[in-house]
Design a protein around this ligand. Structure first.
Ligand SMILES: [Zn+2]
Length: 99
C-alpha cells in the first residue's frame, strides 16, 4: 500500500527543495539516495511499496517533526536543510548563536 501522506509530501515544493538540498549536501546514501532522486525527478507516484517504506524510514521519519534544540520551535521544511547543518537550531536561534 502506498503511503498517501508521503506521496502528498513529495509534492510539497518546500519539501522537494529540502530533499534537493539534502542530496546536494550528500546527506543521503543508497538506497535512500536513489529513491529520493526518483522523487525529485517527479516519480513519487511510481515508488513501489518497498521503496516508499525505505524512504519513509530512512528519510521522511528522520527529519519530520524536528524541533529546535534551544527553543523547541517546530522547524519548517524550508529551514530544515540549514537546521541539519547547524545541529537542529531554528533560524532565530541560529542567528543568535552565530553572533
Ligand atoms: Zn530556536
Amino acid at each position: 500500500m502506498l503511503d498517501k501522506y508521503i506521496v502528498h509530501q513529495c509534492r510539497n515544493p518546500e519539501y522537494i527543495e529540502f530533499l534537493k538540498q539534502l542530496v546536494d549536501n550528500k546527506g543521503l546514501h543508497n538506497p535512500a539516495l536513489g529513491i529520493t532522486k526518483m522523487i525529485l525527478a517527479g516519480n513519487s507516484m511510481k515508488m513501489s511499496t518497498k521503496q516508499t517504506q525505505v524512504f519513509k524510514y530512512y528519510v521522511y521519519n528522520k527529519f519530520k517533526d524536528q524541533r529546535c534544540k534551544i527553543c523547541g520551535v517546530h522547524i519548517p521544511w524550508k529551514d530544515m536543510a540549514d537546521a541539519v547543518c547547524s545541529g537542529y537550531l531554528c533560524y532565530t536561534c541560529f542567528g543568535k548563536y552565530a553572533e
